[in-house]
Design a protein around this ligand. Structure first.
Ligand code: UDP
Length: 459
């Protein structure tokens, strides 16, 4: 225990923006509520400790292997920490975390970057033979035991029909670690997906603390701007541009921090945004190995798109990192084109915005289903096949052309009576999201409960 008997939370985030960003928000929330955590800005004293990860430039599986080499450093840190840790809140990707905490007699708590709906989909698909009944990747199958009737194309859930053995082994290790954990912290709120939170808790027989939307801890404009990587755009310039538009006029398009869409697909996206005639912000991940940004730049120059966008003041292209949270909170933004990463999805919910959904890989297809079918605030752009995670998808053709993007944007931003109802539902969810984080709200209460449960934990 730290001073004043505050439980000492040690947070161990996975090294990817979509995992680190919400974990930092959780650290802030815990610190605001008096727990002792290694972060800046809390009332309690805070510290950041670094572990050295060997650098690998190979496949994702190699990268995950590299993270397992952190185990001895983590264990030494936990043993030598003063004050003694009361728990380890570590990302679900660290399959060795529960082993380390067991030695110390403290609880391992799991952070899943996604929602109950998606975790429950994954759980039932993995534990049933639903996918074994499928003979072709284009076949659809129903996920068993779900509160709603939920179906996917096999190609939205798997890149190939035969499961990859290395991934399956890794998945089993994750499941073992989960079994050894005390409970799960989730960046969602009970009122958003009540049946799914309940069913997930039942399926896993674990405590679940829904503490989100955690992005709401960033109240100040400067916090919203500084979240994640350094912004690639000038804050004031971007906001001035947004100020020049009517409320709800602008569409914000961003496919997340790991977008691996090939240049030809991205070009269709950009050309579709242009053809929609709506003002837009288009975020393009540049640099690194993924996304083919150099090729895209050349294609944009050749087709004249770059020149036209420069001339017209209707489109802003952000190459690199956008201050997403800040931009989404501007009243001129009226809709999002998203890859359905869970953080972006929930940030969209919190901003009260309907979403045009363009999932790429991983659990993004499950998140899309929640947005479109259960919450009914999403319009699917029509992606039927996942990209190969972490690699540029070269084999598959363009799935969505510029006409479809244009239609999708029209549907999202106008969409008649249906569009209006969608927008009303999104606004209601945003009101709910704000309430749950305030005193008396469910997520506020769950943070207190999490701190209490850790304080009272008996090994
Ligand atoms: N993000 C951002 N600027 C960008 C791209 C992403 O601020 O240009 C943030 C976004 O707000 C979200 C996170 O990075 O909090 C991305 O997480 P998400 O789960 O949406 O997708 P991932 O990047 O993990 O696929």
């Amino acid at each position: 225990m730290a001073d004043n008997e505050q439980p000492h939370f040690v947070l161990f985030p996975f090294m990817a923006q979509g995992h680190t960003i919400p974990m930092i928000d959780i650290a802030k929330l815990l610190a605001q509520r008096g727990a002792y955590v290694p972060c800046k800005g809390g009332r309690a004293t805070s510290r950041l400790r670094e572990l050295r990860c060997p650098s690998f430039k190979l496949s994702l599986l190699h990268f995950i292997y590299a993270t397992t080499l952190l185990q001895p450093q983590l264990e030494t840190l936990l043993i030598t920490m003063n004050p003694k840790p009361s728990c380890l809140l570590a990302d679900m990707s660290f399959s060795y975390a529960s082993g380390g905490t067991r030695k110390l007699g403290i609880p391992r708590i799991l952070f899943h970057g996604t929602c109950s709906f998606s975790l429950l989909c994954a759980h039932h698909i993995f534990n049933s033979n639903a996918l074994e009944t499928v003979s072709d990747l284009s076949d659809t199958f129903q996920v068993p035991h779900m509160p709603h009737e939920i179906s996917f194309r096999a190609s939205q859930v798997r890149a190939t029909l035969s499961p990859d053995k290395s991934w399956n082994d890794f998945h089993r290790r994750l499941l073992d670690d989960e079994k050894g954990s005390y409970g799960v912290v989730m960046n969602t709120f009970q009122e958003l997906e009540p049946e799914y939170v309940r069913e997930y808790e039942k399926a896993k027989e674990k405590k679940v603390w829904c503490v989100g939307p955690v992005s709401l801890c960033n109240e100040e404009r400067s916090d919203k701007f500084a979240r994640g990587n350094p912004s690639s755009v000038d804050e004031n310039e971007c906001l001035r541009w947004l100020d020049s538009w009517e409320p709800g006029a602008v569409i914000y398009a961003c496919l997340g921090s790991l977008c691996n869409l090939p240049a030809a697909h991205m070009l269709e996206l950009g050309a579709g945004l242009e053809a929609s005639g709506r003002p837009f912000i288009w975020v393009i991940r540049s640099g690194g190995d993924m996304g083919g940004s150099k090729e895209l730049k050349e294609m944009m120059a050749e087709t004249g798109l770059e020149g036209r966008l420069k001339e017209s003041s209707r489109g802003v292209v952000i190459w690199g990192w956008a201050p997403q949270l800040l931009l989404l909170s501007h009243p001129a933004v009226g809709g999002i084109l998203t890859h359905c990463g869970w953080n972006s999805s929930l940030e969209g919910v919190t901003a009260g915005l309907p979403m045009l959904t363009w999932p790429l890989f991983s659990e993004q297809f499950y998140n899309e289903k929640l947005l479109v079918q259960v919450l009914r605030i999403g319009v699917p752009i029509g992606i039927e096949r996942m990209m190969n995670f972490g690699k540029e998808d070269e084999a598959g053709g363009v799935q969505v052309n510029r006409e479809r993007v244009k239609e999708g944007v029209e549907d999202l931003m106008d969409g008649g009576v249906e569009g209006l109802e969608r927008r009303t539902r999104a606004k209601k969810l945003a009101d709910m999201a704000k309430k749950v984080m305030q005193e008396g709200g469910s997520s506020h209460a769950n943070i207190s409960k999490l701190i209490e449960d850790v304080r009272n934990f008996k090994a």
